[in-house]
Design a protein around this ligand. Structure first.
Ligand SMILES: NC(=O)c1ccc[n+]([C@@H]2O[C@H](COP(=O)([O-])OP(=O)(O)OC[C@H]3O[C@@H](n4cnc5c(N)ncnc54)[C@H](OP(=O)(O)O)[C@@H]3O)[C@@H](O)[C@H]2O)c1
Length: 301
């Protein structure tokens, strides 16, 4: 059967900004409408404050053109999966989603790694038409579960791909998982397209980077970006993500029309970055992963 992921758009509208109080409510509905009009997929979660309600309201005026959705579901045990999915479907006003993003913690991660009952529940959600497919979220601290499941062959036929932060400052699949994904040619969805903001701001504006390691990484990456001759950070980041042939799409957020247009323009006929730039950033990311990401406590980076 054809996987939902094959229909994905190369840019996915991330919806965190739709839940942020600093964005006036009418502006949130307006930007959601613009993203719908652009025909791109959406990525959302109950965790993004009232983003689901903004989406639900906007979808009411768009019967027939509701965007394709990736929704986060999880977290700690199998029985939670369906409940979390329902908590999303209701406010969104939809009966099904294209991709469930499996967020693995606690017993659920163990079950997933060991080929347990969660796979029956994934199939049931598919058979009932609630979810068309699944991608597995990977963080440095949760990559082990995906790696084990992938190596054991449990993901075959039920998991459509893997989703994690992939931008010039972050590659949050562990090195081992990243290598395994490539060895097995698994589809990837990258998140946080521009790593939260322009690299020079992340480097130079005190407090702009929410965590000091990102400021330090911006110091390392800014000269590589400058060397590329590309003027726009968004364009550089979109090209970075799409330089990896397994990458299907990159998820970036915005509350502004001009920034949405920039994401969309950058994903039209996207070119990969030159090989030397990709190799340079990849080498740095392997090192960051071993020396820092894998040592970090869950949720701290
Ligand atoms: N575990 C997870 O599943 C997970 C975790 C994190 C993120 N995500 C997904 O990924 C999406 C994106 O992540 P993110 O929002 O953390 O990072 P991001 O998309 O890299 O950055 C978004 C930020 O950049 C700003 N921005 C966008 N375009 C810009 C431009 N051209 N110039 C200057 N600023 C610009 C936005 O502000 P403006 O509103 O002012 O444009 C916003 O503050 C989220 O919405 C979510 O869907 C998922």
């Amino acid at each position: 059967m054809k996987s939902a992921i094959q229909e994905i758009t190369p840019y996915i509208y991330g919806t965190t900004r739709l839940g942020h109080a600093d964005v006036p409510y009418p502006q949130r509905e307006k930007i959601a409408q613009s993203a719908i009009d652009a025909g791109v997929w959406f990525h959302t979660s109950r965790q993004y404050d009232d983003a689901l309600e903004v989406l639900g309201n906007t979808f009411k005026n768009n019967a027939g053109s509701i965007p394709k959705l990736i929704v986060k579901i999880g977290w700690d045990n199998v029985s939670q999966l369906r409940k979390v999915l329902e908590e999303n479907l209701k406010p969104l006003g939809v009966n099904s989603i294209q991709l469930g993003q499996l967020c693995l913690g606690g017993q659920l991660a163990e079950d997933f790694a060991n080929g347990g009952d969660c796979y029956k529940e994934f199939q049931a959600l598919k058979d009932e038409g609630l979810v068309q497919g699944f991608v597995v979220e990977a963080f440095p601290w949760s990559s082990w579960a995906s790696l084990k499941a992938l190596q054991a062959g449990y993901t075959h036929d039920i998991i459509d791909g893997f989703i994690f932060y992939l931008n010039p400052l972050q590659r949050f699949a562990s090195n081992a998982l990243w290598d395994e994904i490539h060895a097995r040619q698994q589809p990837i969805i990258g998140m946080r397209t521009i790593s939260g903001g322009p690299v020079h701001k992340l480097r130079d504006v005190p407090g702009f980077a929410w965590n000091k390691y990102l400021q330090a990484r911006a110091v390392q990456i800014a000269p590589i970006f400058e060397k590329s001759g590309i003027q726009s950070w968004t364009e550089f980041c979109v090209q970075f993500a799409h330089s990896f042939p397994l990458l299907q799409a990159t998820v970036g957020s915005t509350s502004r029309e001009e920034n949405l247009n920039e994401y969309i323009a950058a994903t039209k006929a996207v070119q990969p970055l030159p090989e030397d730039i990709i190799s340079e950033i990849q080498a740095i990311q392997y090192q960051w992963s071993n020396e820092f990401d894998m040592q970090a406590a869950p949720g701290t980076i």
